[in-house]
Design a protein around this ligand. Structure first.
Ligand SMILES: C[S@@+](CC[C@H](N)C(=O)[O-])C[C@H]1O[C@@H](n2cnc3c(N)ncnc32)[C@H](O)[C@@H]1O
Length: 336
């Protein structure tokens, strides 16, 4: 390929290479030419840094691409801040990008899409906010949309990453809970989101009924679509507050309290909704100490409801932050 280059004596090569690299001028994946005691650094355009320039023919260099980081162009001093992990929801890459990289979000998004051609949208996640756990999303590259279809365990979920909560990281937890459902059970899923628990349970197990509801009308609209496209006929969709749903579904065999930041507020209603024997799956985002404290709070809540604990299994779903885990409490109670 023909490109402009900066011509420099070998003994100043390293110094000039750094200047070109830090300024983002070097043409990536193209080999530097050497002739006698001169080096020819290929550049993206004609660059004047006080050295001669000329046009030359260059060979493409072999550049194994292991990560989008291999193809993204950001100043070297910021490279360590590039996100390593990101969520893939359908064909959308959703990633957290530190503020220091504000000026480079477009380049990062473009690099991601070039690196994985199955991704069509790159979206910056500015954090989950509010009771509805909706992400603040900014599309940074690709098609201007936030909707997609995510496939999990062979089921299709219509998702809008800007309007309703969905995390692809919890699939293993969903299948763990679903595997416990007994034939003929009634399940209440009052924080159903777009339906990944309710629909999985309805399609892969044999419940008699799954009541799935959410307070976010956008989530409920997607939930209705997902129930229809997956033909999950046993799912009964409702819209409304979790308290209302729990107070109107009794008796059920199982309740899924998937609202980690506030699940304890709903535990008394969940226990009251259970039949003579039933299970509540309750989630929390907790440090190890808080996890111990949460066990005590659960015991107290069961005692206040005049029930008896038959089983209480606690397990870490996944790390949430350096000090916290997403924790699941599987609580089975009877009337004592
Ligand atoms: C952590 S998300 C879980 C969604 C879903 N279970 C999943 O696995 O994707 C919590 C959901 O609870 C809903 N929510 C929050 N507060 C609520 C309330 N008081 N009553 C009903 N739903 C609520 C949010 O809209 C959100 O969809």
């Amino acid at each position: 390929m023909r490109a402009w280059c900066v011509v420099v004596a070998k003994d100043r090569g390293e110094e000039v290479r750094r200047v070109l690299r830090d300024g983002g001028h070097l043409l990536p994946h193209v080999s530097v030419l050497r002739e006698a005691d001169r080096l020819f650094f290929p550049t993206k355009a004609r660059i004047d840094i006080g050295f001669p320039t000329e046009e030359r023919e260059f060979a493409a260099a072999f550049a194994p691409v292991r990560s989008y980081k291999d193809v993204v162009e950001v100043p070297d001093r910021l490279r360590r801040l590039l996100p390593t992990a990101f969520d893939v929801i359908g064909d959308i890459a959703v990633l957290r990008i530190p503020d220091e990289l504000d000026a480079h979000v477009g380049a990062i998004g473009e690099a991601l899409l070039r690196w994985n051609p199955r991704l069509r949208v790159a979206a910056r996640d500015r954090g989950v906010a509010g009771e509805r756990r909706v992400r603040r999303i900014e599309v940074i590259a690709g098609e201007p949309r936030t909707t997609t279809v995510h496939v999990e365990f062979g089921l299709r979920y219509h998702v809008d990453v800007a309007k309703a909560y969905f995390s692809p990281r919890l699939g293993t937890e969903r299948i763990r809970v679903a595997s416990q459902i007994r034939e003929g059970e009634t399940v209440a899923d009052p924080f159903a989101g777009v339906g990944p628990y309710a629909i999985l349970i309805a399609r892969r197990r044999k419940p008699s009924r799954v009541v799935a509801s959410d307070a976010n009308p956008d989530a409920v609209a997607l939930l209705r679509t997902n129930v229809a496209v997956n033909r999950a006929d046993r799912v009964e969709v409702r819209e409304g507050d979790g308290h209302e749903t729990l107070r109107s579904v009794a008796p059920v065999g199982r309740v899924i309290l998937d609202l980690p930041h506030a699940a304890m507020d709903f535990l008394p209603d969940a226990i009251d909704a259970l039949g003579p024997v039933g299970t509540v799956h309750l989630y929390g985002i907790l440090s190890p100490l808080e996890r111990e404290h949460r066990v005590m709070e659960i015991r107290e809540s069961v005692a206040r409801a005049d029930r008896r604990i038959l089983d209480l299994v606690v397990h870490n779903v996944r790390a949430y932050s350096p000090a916290q885990h997403h924790v699941a409490f599987d609580l089975t109670v009877d009337r004592g």
